[in-house]
Design a protein around this ligand. Structure first.
Ligand SMILES: [Zn+2]
Length: 460
């Protein structure tokens, strides 16, 4: 039996979370975003709510977050010592006191040259005017002139004719879940396509990514990444971009990669074609307006992508990037969002992720890791523990931004500077097989779970 907090705060849902987790987290996540959008402190120290029992139970599989945790020993120094302004691991938990936010440390002059060869100069400072943008953290409307213009990018593209899912969860749409393989639906079974970026090609290479910002604690993360000379890929939410443009500029000017993560963070498979275009288009426009460049990649919130979402994304010049699923079907998800949501402690999160990292040594490729910079807790876990663990690992991991680990030229991350001007129309034929070599077909347990309508427990 699983329990979940009704006010738990979700970042990107991934891995073996139940669909009930997903929906509760999404609701709370929207609430959190609204707080952020009006400038309220990003503390996660809200009062704990009563827990409820999910109405389904897992017949076989245990959540990835507890499966292997007992096998990893945590150095006692991590439990009690803090470093770089990060609390001791044993103190990082839901409801902990929040620290001060840090404003961007560097102001970049408009007209200055970005670190990407051939990129346009930095635009004049962005001033947010609500009338020019959709409502923050609401699914973008489709009747604007902008969306009507962006819809033309789908002309001549074969968009699979499939109905939106009920709510982007497996349990919420059993018939779509039963058809997940044909739909190429990542959420229910981990289905991918060759056009997706799902892993760094070189063994022991860690593709570093942070989702859902920019946000008030992103600066703390940027300082750490700068000190360690690590570049990351930031999957930016449009509503956050227009709220914290200076942080996005600092990320970009510091050599990090910027990618699209929708305007309001909905599960994209649940939207109409027009709504998907609106969500991707407004996030893309926000980034272009603030930075002067247009990303060529995207990540679906919650990893909720299928062939319809893929086709639309690729038609809009945005190649999907997902985090890696290991051969044992457990994703490289740090589960930092579970700590911010109150489901696990920082200690449980760290020990679990250390166990997941054990997969790295048995894989022929590197891997892409899911982390978040929306909350103080997730930033503290990253800079105090997860990334430090990677840096001190034996043998060492090579930490790189995702385009970098894919051996793409830096300019290929943006439409204005890419050398591949024809990359935008990538085939996502439904005849293609799963791009995840370890996921040739769903397990019998998964298929029986589909029949029982509890597939949320089996997402890969
Ligand atoms: Zn996200």
């Amino acid at each position: 039996m699983f329990k979940t907090s009704t006010t738990a705060l979700l970042l990107c849902l991934a891995g073996a979370a139940s669909a009930h987790d997903a929906l509760a987290h999404r609701r709370a996540h929207e609430h959190k975003r609204q707080l952020l959008s009006v400038g309220v402190s990003a503390s996660v120290g809200v009062s704990a709510a009563p827990t409820i029992s999910a109405s389904v139970s897992a017949p076989t599989a245990a959540p990835a977050t507890t499966q292997n945790a007992a096998t990893v020993a945590v150095p006692s120094s991590l439990l009690t010592l803090s470093a770089s302004g990060v609390p001791a691991l044993s103190a990082i938990t839901f409801g902990m006191p929040s620290g001060a936010t840090v404003a961007p440390t560097t102001t970049y002059t408009p007209g200055v040259t970005p670190p990407i060869s051939g990129a346009p100069a930095l635009p004049t400072p962005f001033v947010f005017e609500q009338d020019a943008w959709p409502k923050l953290d609401k699914v973008a409307p489709t009747d604007s002139d902008e969306v009507q213009e962006w819809l033309k990018e789908l002309d001549g593209v074969d968009i699979p004719d499939m109905a939106p899912t009920v709510d982007g969860s497996c349990a919420g749409d059993p018939s779509a879940a039963a058809n997940a393989s044909a739909r190429g639906w990542w959420t229910c079974g981990g289905w991918t396509r060759p056009s997706d970026i799902t892993a760094c090609p070189d063994k022991m290479t860690w593709g570093v990514s942070f989702d859902d910002g920019p946000a008030p604690y992103s600066e703390k993360l940027l300082t750490f990444l700068g000190e360690k000379d690590i570049h990351a890929t930031f999957f930016a939410v449009g509503s956050r971009v227009v709220s914290y443009p200076d942080l996005l500029i600092e990320e970009y000017m510091s050599g990090h990669e910027i990618s699209v993560h929708t305007w309001s963070h909905p599960p994209l498979t649940s939207l109409t074609n027009e709504q998907i275009v609106a969500e991707l288009g407004w996030s893309r426009k926000a980034i272009k307006t603030v930075l002067g460049v247009t990303p060529t990649t995207m990540r679906a919130p919650y990893g909720d992508i299928d062939d319809r979402v893929r086709a639309i994304s690729n038609a809009m010049g945005l190649r999907p990037i997902i985090w890696t699923t290991a051969p044992d079907h457990i994703p490289f998800d740090t589960n930092d969002w579970r700590v911010a949501g109150g489901d696990v402690t920082g200690l449980q999160q760290f020990t679990t992720f250390e166990a997941i990292l054990g997969n790295a040594s048995v894989m022929d490729t590197g891997f892409i890791v899911l982390q978040h910079d929306l909350y103080e807790i997730t930033v503290d876990l990253a800079i105090g523990y997860t990334l430090n663990s990677a840096l001190t690992h034996n043998p060492p991991f090579s930490l790189k931004a995702i385009g970098e680990c894919m051996n793409m030229a830096p300019g290929d991350m943006y439409a204005e500077t890419t050398s591949n001007k024809t990359q935008t129309r990538v085939s996502t034929s439904t005849n293609q097989t799963s791009g995840a070599p370890s996921l040739g077909s769903p397990s019998a347990a998964f298929l029986s779970a589909v029949a029982l309508g509890i597939t949320g427990l089996f997402v890969a």
